[in-house]
Design a protein around this ligand. Structure first.
Ligand SMILES: [Mg+2]
Length: 181
């Protein structure tokens, strides 16, 4: 049985969307954006769907999020939920006065998921700073065709498959760990 939920960020985590066309051919276009899918994305989603429940949570506009997910979702993969900015919490940075959006896992809990069994994966540490024990930060993707982050992540995540409390495992230096252990 699949017990653990993976909450996946979208922009710079699973894909890169930009108004400025890159040298290589884009995978598709949504609105004004050229979209580059992170290498091995379909493999990653299909593999993970075998071991985990999956969900998408982005701080981008809700409609944009759904359009993108429609394009990248393998037919056999289902998401528990697909959330955009309306589910995030707006915060103001005291130093620069800029706004940013955070993902509060209490909202996931309210939907009935156990936080001991929830991992949130994001390229931006601030987005999940409130979810310290649940967060795995990965390198941002901005179109590098040789990126292999999703392969590394797929390999690392296997260890969480049957863990009762994912928060007990330190995830800060995950890429430096020996994957075979
Ligand atoms: Mg991101």
């Amino acid at each position: 049985m699949k017990e653990t939920l993976l909450v996946l960020d979208l922009d710079e985590t699973l894909l890169y969307a930009t108004k400025d066309k890159l040298i290589q051919q884009e995978d598709f276009v949504v609105g004004q954006y050229y979209v580059y899918v992170r290498p091995n994305l379909a493999y990653f989603l299909s593999e993970m769907a075998g071991d985990f429940k999956l969900a998408i949570w982005s701080s981008a506009d809700d409609i944009y999020v759904h359009e993108l997910v429609d394009k990248i979702k393998p037919a056999a993969v289902d998401f528990e939920f697909i959330w955009g900015r309306s589910r995030t919490t707006k915060k103001r940075m005291s130093v620069t006065d800029e706004y940013y959006y955070v993902k509060r896992l209490s909202k996931v809990k309210r939907k009935g998921f156990l936080l001991e069994r929830t991992l949130i994966i994001d390229d931006t540490a601030e987005k999940s700073m409130l979810n310290y024990g649940n967060a795995i930060q990965i390198a941002e993707f901005t179109g590098n065709a040789n990126d292999d982050e999703l392969l590394l992540l797929a390999s690392y995540l296997k260890k969480f498959k049957n863990v009762d409390n994912v928060r007990r495992i330190d995830k800060r230096y995950w890429k430096n760990q020996d994957m075979s252990r």
